[in-house]
Structures are given as structure tokens and as C-alpha cells.
Design a protein. Structure first.
Length: 246
């Protein structure tokens, strides 16, 4: 598939519009579509809270969310145009057509890349844009409020997981539970905040900044590959033998 680079979103409304367009054009079973549904839900929740005055610095949070979303869009554009993609995103894009991987695995693999790799970069960029710092109030307080919305989106994905376990064969259910239990938005966002602070202090020391980002990217890629480990046993695979033989 070939797709040209798209114009970066400039507002939360444009982010939602593009995520809905991605939802509408992709097969619902596509791994990217599975992640996109969770990301769209989170973005809609942010929009609702912005309108309700939930955040102390509305402008900063909207800018952060737009920068954050554009990093995902850039990765998707690159993957679909055959351009290099950050290793943090490669597990999701490489496995997106594998029907042995469950939708919840794709959703969490995308969240792993987006939070572990993209979020620290987005916070640093948004702070530079707004001439503030991660330690200047209310940046961290508002960041923590975003945790609540990501936790809600994660909870909804986990609810769908319970239904998937019911449909999975007995041999698949155990490994699937183990894989999904290994991912936590709370831990991912705590780690992302620690990375944010490190990258912020290294932002003017490019070789050190790049070395830190490389290490973070490698760890995120490894976690992503574990999250998309196929769990369907041979008898239940879409292309497996009807008699259940290997």
C-alpha cells in the first residue's frame, strides 16, 4: 500500500477526524484498527474533559494531545508508504495482518509504542512550544489527569478482552491472560514521565539525548513484540487444519 505523507493535524478536532477516517477505511480486524479504536476513544475523552474545564492549562493539553497523535499518524503514514518506521512501532505494523493475534493484543501493543516512545517526545515538544518545563505547574498535574482517561480507555479494552477469553480455546486462554496482564497503562505512563524528565534535561545534548531515546526505543520494541505473540493453538488458527493436527 502506498500513501503520501499527510498534513499534520493542527487541532484536537482534526485529530479526531483523522482517527475516524482511519477507522472507516481499515478492516476492523486489522491490528492498527484495533489500536486506533482505543486511541480514538482516549482522544474523544480528552475532548470532553477539555470542554468541561477538567484541565488547568487547556491550551497546553490540547497541544500535547495534537503532537502526541501526530507521532502516531507519522508512524502509520511511514509504514503504509514503505518508509522506515521507528522500531518501537514495528511490532504492531509487522503483525497487523496476523489473525493469530487477538485485538486486545494489538490495542496494547499500540499503546505500548505510543506511550513508551511517543509520549515523552510529545511532552518535551509541547513544553518547548509553550515555553514551559515538565516541572512547571500545572504540567505534571494535568499529565496525571490524562492518566485517568487513558486508564478508562484501557479498562474498556480489557473488558473486551474478557469476551475474547471466552471465545478463545482453553489452550489459548492462559497465554492470552499472561500476555495481557503484563501490560499496564499506569506503569507505562510512569515510565514515560521518567523518560520525559531525562530527555528534557538532555534536550540540548544531542548525542546523549539520542542515546537515551535509542535505549527507550529498544525496550519499547521488545515489550511490543511480546505483546503481539500469537496465542491461538494450531486447531484454532484461521489457516490451521480442521482436525487440530499440527
Amino acid at each position: 500500500m502506498t500513501q503520501s505523507r499527510t498534513r499534520a493535524a493542527q487541532s484536537l478536532a482534526e485529530v479526531v477526524e483523522r482517527m475516524r477516517a482511519i477507522r472507516d477505511r481499515l478492516d476492523p480486524r486489522d491490528g492498527v484498527a484495533c489500536f486506533n479504536r482505543t486511541s480514538l476513544r482516549f482522544t474523544e475523552l480528552v475532548g470532553e474533559r477539555l470542554g468541561a474545564g477538567h484541565f488547568e492549562d487547556r491550551d497546553f493539553i490540547e497541544r500535547l494531545d495534537v503532537v502526541f497523535a501526530n507521532l502516531y499518524f507519522d508512524a502509520l503514514d511511514a509504514a503504509e508508504a514503505g518508509r522506515p518506521v521507528s522500531p518501537a512501532w514495528q511490532p504492531l505494523f509487522e503483525a497487523r495482518d496476523d489473525r493469530m493475534v487477538r485485538p486486545v493484543q494489538f490495542a496494547f501493543a499500540g499503546m505500548n509504542a505510543h506511550i513508551g516512545h511517543d509520549l515523552p517526545l510529545a511532552v518535551v515538544a509541547a513544553c518547548i512550544d509553550h515555553r514551559t518545563t515538565p516541572d512547571t505547574p500545572p504540567v505534571h498535574a494535568d499529565y496525571l489527569k490524562l492518566n485517568e482517561l487513558l486508564a478508562q480507555a484501557e479498562a474498556e479494552a480489557r473488558a473486551s478482552f474478557q469476551a475474547e477469553v471466552g471465545r478463545a480455546g482453553t489452550r489459548a486462554a492462559g497465554p492470552l491472560r499472561h500476555i495481557v496482564a503484563g501490560f499496564s497503562v499506569a506503569r507505562a505512563r510512569d515510565g514515560a514521565w521518567a523518560t520525559t524528565q531525562t530527555l528534557w534535561h538532555e534536550r540540548n545534548l544531542r548525542p546523549v539525548f539520542d542515546a537515551t531515546l535509542t535505549a527507550v526505543t529498544s525496550g519499547t520494541e521488545l515489550a511490543g513484540r511480546l505483546l503481539v505473540t500469537p496465542v491461538l493453538p494450531p486447531a484454532e488458527r484461521p489457516d490451521g487444519p480442521a482436525d487440530g493436527s499440527a
